[in-house]
Design a protein around this ligand. Structure first.
Ligand SMILES: Nc1nc2c(ncn2[C@@H]2O[C@H](COP(=O)(O)OP(=O)(O)O)[C@@H](O)[C@H]2O)c(=O)[nH]1
Ligand SMILES: [Mg+2]
Length: 444
């Protein structure tokens, strides 16, 4: 976070500004500003106030008019904000104008998104892709950074580019040259890493527990879903998963099945074109998952459009053929007739929930269990009591529906994950014919 330039490490309070230029854009601008609020929150920056601004006579120097700019800077000062965050794209010159005028850090939507992607990029490819986008974003802003340093009385250099600092202008030229060289190097590395991607996917697929990725737009309720599902279940302490990053949780569903749930980077509306590739790279999780949980804000007017966009991107990632559970969230905000209307739009039954009120939560858990059924199998087993290891494995990883005793044998009716099929095959009741068993064991 905060590496593009010398932004303050700890931001206390942010003022968000969303500018729109036509009265008809107002609702859209308001809802985009709400999304920015969410994005800034993801970075851990507290938002003091969000201001929607109608711009009538745009001034190229500031984007808004000059008077409005002064007004907003005064507002930031009055509210004690140490950073102003624009929901609009600011040209490098405009960013400089605001910073010089206001004496506070000024960030735009693109920079916020870059910081989020940087925070969430896990694979080598995603990290390179995000770094490339950051360098491209920073290049035309190097002058502004020098400006900033000069105001602070120089010092420091521009963030570890390794070149000795000469006099102002020439150092700026050096920085630009180094940045361009870095951009070229990143492009070359990306080509290499992409070639290795397929082998990497195979490695990661060896996770022993089924994994699902939660996808959908920012603000749909993805994180709430992860927290709610985790909160509603007993999570076993497990060393193997203790090291997973905080966006992945191991969940136990009411029927005993276990699942790894990962919260992916949310889709972002009006994603700057330059960030499209980085975004896709950070979504790699989706391509690795066994199935997808697609969360939608059903109260959003454009919910169908969001659905289609998400599906199109998943297709590009080669993840569109995965099984998918569509979750229509926030139904507490929907009138009853609109509920049916929204649900009817999907050709598979969508799960309607309100993660806020808890309505539909049991159904959601049930549907999640159903998604895993092809990873599990119902079996009747006759186990010698000496196989207590196997019995306790079934207890832990599967679900025992019925248990009886017959002499020294334990008879169980159970659901087991398919990956244990080989281990239990010999105890199937009735038994598998001997030749089928030999064929099974001979198989690679
Ligand atoms: N009214 C309502 N709000 C919800 C519901 N679920 C989540 N939210 C709110 O929607 C906002 C975005 O949720 P979040 O889980 O952070 O979305 P994410 O960006 O997809 O991770 C938060 O303010 C949540 O409190 C719901 O069922 N009803
Ligand atoms: Mg979230």
């Amino acid at each position: 976070m905060f590496e593009i330039r010398d932004k303050p490490k700890v931001v206390e309070k942010a003022l968000l500004i969303g500018a729109y230029f036509d009265r008809r854009e107002k609702d859209e601008a308001a809802s985009l500003l709400e999304e920015l609020h969410e994005l800034v929150g993801t970075l851990g920056i507290p938002v003091e106030h969000a201001e929607l601004v109608m711009v009538k006579d745009s001034n190229r120097k500031y984007l808004t008019g000059k008077g409005k700019a002064h007004e907003l800077i005064a507002m930031a000062k009055e509210k004690g904000c140490d950073v102003i965050i624009f929901d609009n794209s600011l040209a490098p010159m405009q960013q400089r104008a605001w910073e010089n005028e206001g004496g506070v850090t000024v960030i735009d939507r693109e920079e916020v998104i870059l910081d989020i992607f940087a925070m969430r990029a896990r694979t080598a490819e995603a990290q390179l892709q995000v770094e490339l986008a950051r360098q491209q974003y920073a290049l035309p802003r190097l002058a502004r950074m020098w400006d900033h340093l000069d105001r602070q009385g120089g010092g420091g250099g521009s963030g570890g580019m390794g070149a000795a600092r000469g006099e102002g202008e020439s150092q700026l030229e050096t920085d630009r040259r180094l940045a361009r060289r870095r951009i070229d190097a990143l492009r070359r590395q990306l080509v290499e890493v992409r070639q290795q991607r397929l082998t990497q996917r195979k490695e990661r697929q060896r996770v022993p527990v089924p994994a699902a990725a939660i996808v959908g737009y920012t603000n749909a309720g993805k994180s709430t879903l992860l927290n709610t599902i985790t909160g509603a279940s007993v999570v076993a302490e497990d060393k193997l998963f203790a090291t997973l990053d905080p966006t992945t949780r191991k969940v136990q569903l009411p029927d005993g099945q276990q699942l790894l749930l990962t919260d992916t980077v949310g889709f972002i509306r009006n994603l700057p074109h330059r960030l499209v590739e980085s975004f896709k790279a950070t979504l790699e999780e989706a391509a690795l998952a066994d199935f997808l949980v697609h969360v939608l804000d059903a109260s959003q007017e454009r919910v169908f459009e969001f659905y289609e966009t998400t599906m199109a991107v998943l297709k590009e990632l080669g993840a569109d053929d995965k099984k998918m559970l569509v979750v229509l969230n926030k139904i507490d905000l929907l009138p009853a007739d609109r509920r049916n209307q929204v649900a009817a739009h999907f050709n598979q039954p969508a799960t309607m929930v309100s993660l806020k009120t808890g309505e539909g939560l049991p159904l959601l858990q049930e549907r999640l269990s159903e998604m895993m059924l092809d990873r599990t199998r119902r079996v009747n087993l006759r186990l010698p009591q000496s196989e207590f290891g196997l019995i306790s494995l079934i207890h832990q990883q599967g679900k025992i529906l019925k248990q009886d005793y017959d002499g020294n044998d334990v008879l169980v009716d159970a659901i087991i994950p398919r990956r244990y099929e080989a281990q239990i095959e010999r105890y199937l009741d009735p038994p598998v014919p001997a030749r089928a068993l030999e064929a099974w064991e001979a198989a690679p």
